[in-house]
Structures are given as C-alpha cells and as structure tokens.
Design a protein around this ligand. Structure first.
Ligand code: SF4
Length: 366
C-alpha cells in the first residue's frame, strides 16, 4: 500500500491513486465515474455511436465497447471521432487486438495480461500502453478464475479472486506498468464485496465496482445497489458499472441513483414519499410516481416530499425542500417544513411544480 494513501480527500475517502483516462480521472480525489458498455456490434459504427450518445446523454462518463475482431479494433478510430466521452476496449486473449485498439485511439484497455499468452506479448501491450498513456483494467470474474487458483481454493472465493487479480497486477508491474484499475466481479454480492474490501487493503490502484450478470432490471438493481452501494458507503470504489439485462441507458439511471443516495452526486431530485397507511386519503402512490416522472430530468438538487397525511407528513419530511401532504380530497403544500397553501387534489401536481419552479425561475431548466 503506497505511503501517500490518505484519508479524506474532497468528498470521499480515497485510498486510491489517481489515473488519467482520456479527458477524465479515475481514483484519488476525483468523483466516482459512471460507466457502461454498448451491446451493439462495435464494427457497426453508426449503431455504436448512436448508443454511446444515448448513454452520454443519460450521464455515462466512460463507455466500453467489445473489441472481438479486427473490424471492431479498426472501428475505434471512427467511433472516437464522433463521441466525446472516453472509450474503453474490452479484449480477451488477443494481444494484437489490444495493440490495434490502442493505435486506433482507444483511451483504456480491459485485458487480463495473464491470459495474453506469454511475457513477450505482455511486454508488447505494456510498451504500447505506455507510449499512448493508456491505463489497463484488470477484470477478474469469479466465473473464469485461473485453473491453478481454482484448484488451490476449490471454488471461487473472495481470496481466490484477490489472488487472481494480484497475479495479473504483478505481471504488469513486472514490466514497470502501474496505470492499473482493478475489478473483481461476481454475481454473488457477498463474494464481490469481500473481494473488493480485501483488495483495497493490499493495493492502492483504483477499483472499478460491479456485480456481474446481476440480472434483469429489478433484481439487478437490488443486487447492484447492495454490492456497489455497500462498498461506496465505506468509500471503496472509484468507478462503477451497473450491469443489467436491459437497455444500457437503464444502467446509467441506476448508477446515478446509487451515487445520489450516497451523496456522491449533487445534482438531481430526491423524492421522499411515505409508504401510505390507513390515514391516507388521496391517491398517493399515483401522485408520487407522477412527481418522480415530472422531476426526473430536473437537474437542481432538491428533495421533494410526497406524504399521505397532514398530521404526520410535514413533520416526517422535515428535511425536504418542498412537499405535499394529503388530506381528504386536498393537498397541503409546504416548503422547508412550513405550510404554504392548500390546493384541491386534482391540482396538486401542477401547484407543486409551480411552487418549485417559482424558486428557480431565474435559472433555466426542467
Ligand atoms: Fe400514514 Fe401519514 Fe405516515 Fe403517510 S405520512 S404513512 S399517511 S401516517
């Protein structure tokens, strides 16, 4: 662990070194970077660029594409010209594809040096990465650990994952390369959390967090929130990728929400709403959904409470900036815990919006 390992730095306890990836930084005191991966054929430049732009608009800060053949490696050149966020190439085994991707302008590689073949090939990849200042992410996956490590541990375990990661790390270090980022992914949340915690104690390279094969939108969101969130809550992790069996834009939404909940992203609306109970006299579930939808693209940092009753609502939502508490066919609007006015149930959404927008009328948006 390097001596400059520090405590609080900026908003997060870092413990990691800072690495440049294209025009952004990962690790150190930089913000936690949101990333995703395209699911188009990389050689289909038009479709890939279109998806990257959608991801970028949603808030993705680094995008990875698979580079599984020569056409994909060559497509990097044109894709890079058309996008503005850094581009990472995902490569398995073939060092020539790694070299070609770097020559074509990729900003980061994901490759496991131990799988390239031999030291000469690793040396060639490292030499090129140094020449172009390209960091390498070592991506350990519990499902594809080295045979010797699996034999030693009998099955995938956090220790086995860390040992695998260190094996690849040491290979790069042997050639004087230290622009390294590490991921230790597993579909088992506990295993992944333990592996990352262990690795954080051993090296100070930035960590890319992710639960792999997390599942469909619902299950994957829960798994990722626990796995990624459970680490970030202790300031472990420098970049995150939420994996969902879904349109990757959905991954960005979940990633942003995880960061927002943990106070690692300052922008955006947070909705506080009560679970409803026997006191609820308005259609609160529908109203909360509508408020969330209405403010989903609002970039200012505001907390809006949507509460079921006047008795407990404003009190329970004291920390909210704005809010509404339901009564019989009515809604009571409040601001910073103080009642502003009473409106008819049918007008709640419009009036709430009006009250909030009034405060931001000099600034653009919604
Ligand atoms: Fe029930 Fe009121 Fe609490 Fe909502 S705010 S759960 S309606 S007591």
């Amino acid at each position: 662990i390097s001596e400059d390992r520090q405590g609080w730095s900026g908003n997060k306890m870092t413990g990691s070194r800072k690495i440049k990836v294209g025009n952004i930084y990962i690790g150190g005191d930089s913000e936690v970077i949101i990333q995703s991966m395209t699911n188009t054929k990389t050689s289909d430049i038009k479709a890939t660029v279109k998806q990257i732009k959608e991801l970028e608009n949603a808030g993705c800060q680094l995008v990875r594409v698979t580079v599984n053949d020569t056409e994909a490696a060559e497509a990097i050149k044109e894709i890079k010209k058309q996008i503005s966020i850094p581009l990472a190439a995902d490569i398995h085994f073939d060092y020539r594809l790694a070299i070609s991707a770097m020559e074509n302008g990729v900003d980061k590689l994901r490759i496991n040096p131990g799988n390239i073949g031999n030291d000469d090939k690793v040396a060639m990849v490292v030499e090129k990465a140094k020449e172009y200042n390209i960091p390498i992410r070592i991506g350990v996956n519990a499902g594809s650990l080295e045979k010797s490590i699996l034999e030693k541990y009998g099955r995938p375990t956090p220790e086995a994952m860390v040992e695998s990661g260190l094996y690849h790390v040491r290979l790069l270090e042997k050639f004087g390369f230290e622009d390294i980022i590490i991921s230790l992914k597993s579909s088992n949340v506990k295993m992944m959390v333990r592996a990352y915690r262990m690795m954080r104690e051993i090296v100070d390279y930035p960590l890319h967090l992710g639960v792999t094969e997390a599942g469909t939108a619902f299950q994957g969101t829960v798994k990722s929130s626990i796995g990624i969130g459970g680490l970030l809550v202790d300031d472990i992790g420098d970049t995150i990728r939420v994996s969902l069996t879904e349109n990757p834009v959905e991954e960005i939404k979940v990633a942003k929400e995880i960061l927002k909940v943990l106070g690692l992203r300052e922008e955006g609306t947070e909705i506080i709403s009560c679970p409803t109970c026997g006191r609820t006299e308005i259609d609160l579930i529908d109203l909360a959904k509508k408020v969330e939808q209405e403010f989903s693209t609002f970039e200012k940092k505001v907390k809006i409470a949507v509460m079921g009753c006047v008795v407990n609502g404003p009190g329970e939502a004291r920390e909210a900036d704005y809010g509404v508490a339901g009564g019989k066919g009515i809604g009571v609007l409040f601001k910073k815990g103080k009642v502003v006015k009473q409106v008819k149930e049918i007008d709640i959404l419009d009036e709430l919006k009006k009250m909030i927008m009034e405060d931001f009328k000099d600034e653009e948006d919604i």
